[in-house]
Design a protein around this ligand. Structure first.
Ligand code: ADP
Ligand code: MG
Length: 254
């Protein structure tokens, strides 16, 4: 696609940790409506790339444009407010909080914006709180999670992952980025996850998905970028990428 179409454009992004070239000149474009999958062996720089895009790390060089705006080096909260949210490779729920409370945490990334938007109609904080609670319940319903009063620590691993996705969705992002969401999920949970992500994509959500499960990638991806040793070794449509010799070699060499 042309530059004008791309919602997210990463150019020549670099982040080294000492001698480790974690991300070493990566460029990619995510178009509106894409499910853009990022694949590659362990240690190839996938999570670091996502950490750069979401503002956890500052790039040493290169550019990140989100909806035409430069966001490289901006704070994670700033980037979330612009409409890009994410989940982490390791679950980051508050174990002693309920499902609902955990999801509502995701709304605080946009609190200042929502207060401005609805502040005129809502005279007090209690109403704001109630609106946030309703929004959180609505999104939990959407992801198919009914028991919102359970403590997060009492959920199965796959359920916790779904709650994390709900938290990332509750602020109504433009792009959702997921770092290996199916890791540790059983077959049934993975099937539900794929179904949810497809439904979200059909409603217009653009998705950036880091994933090891190749069946999942081939069933969902509209574009694939392959990383190896911090460099992208291939990028394009699923059929071409998944039959690419360099890609197969990078995986077999793992
Ligand atoms: P992937 O997600 O593809 O498995 P990562 O992005 O986690 O890969 O890691 C890429 C490389 O950068 C690895 O060699 C990893 O050990 C290294 N790395 C990642 N984060 C850090 C860090 N905070 N400090 C030092 N090295 C890191
Ligand atoms: Mg990773």
């Amino acid at each position: 696609g042309s530059t004008a179409d791309s919602l997210l454009k990463v150019s020549d992004l670099v982040l080294h940790f000492g001698g480790v070239k974690a991300v070493d000149g990566v460029s990619l474009q995510v178009l509106q409506g894409d499910v853009h999958c990022v694949i590659g062996p362990n240690g190839s720089g996938k999570s670091t790339l996502l950490n750069l895009i979401s503002g956890i790390y500052k790039p040493q060089s290169g550019q990140i444009l989100f909806a035409g705006q430069s966001i490289g080096g901006k704070k994670p909260s700033h980037i979330a407010r612009l409409g890009m949210t994410r989940t982490f490779q390791n679950i980051r729920l508050f174990p002693e909080m309920t499902v609902l409370e955990n999801v509502m945490v995701g709304l605080h990334t946009r609190t200042s914006a929502s207060m401005l938007q609805i502040g005129f109609g809502l005279p007090n904080a209690a109403k704001e709180e109630r609106a946030m609670r309703e929004r959180a319940i609505e999104i939990l319903d959407f992801v198919g999670f009914a028991e919102s009063n359970q403590l997060a620590k009492n959920l199965s691993y796959g359920q916790q992952r779904m709650v994390e996705i709900a938290r990332a969705l509750v602020s109504n992002p433009i792009i959702l980025m997921l770092d290996e969401p199916a890791a540790g999920m059983n077959e049934e949970e993975t099937r539900k996850l794929v179904h949810l992500l497809k439904r979200l994509n059909q409603t217009g959500l653009t998705i950036v998905l880091i994933e090891h499960d190749m069946a999942m990638v081939s069933s969902m991806a509209s574009q694939i970028t392959v990383l190896d040793f911090g460099k992208q070794i291939a990028s394009g449509l699923p059929d071409a990428i998944l039959s690419d010799e360099r890609v197969i070699k990078a995986y077999l060499g793992e």
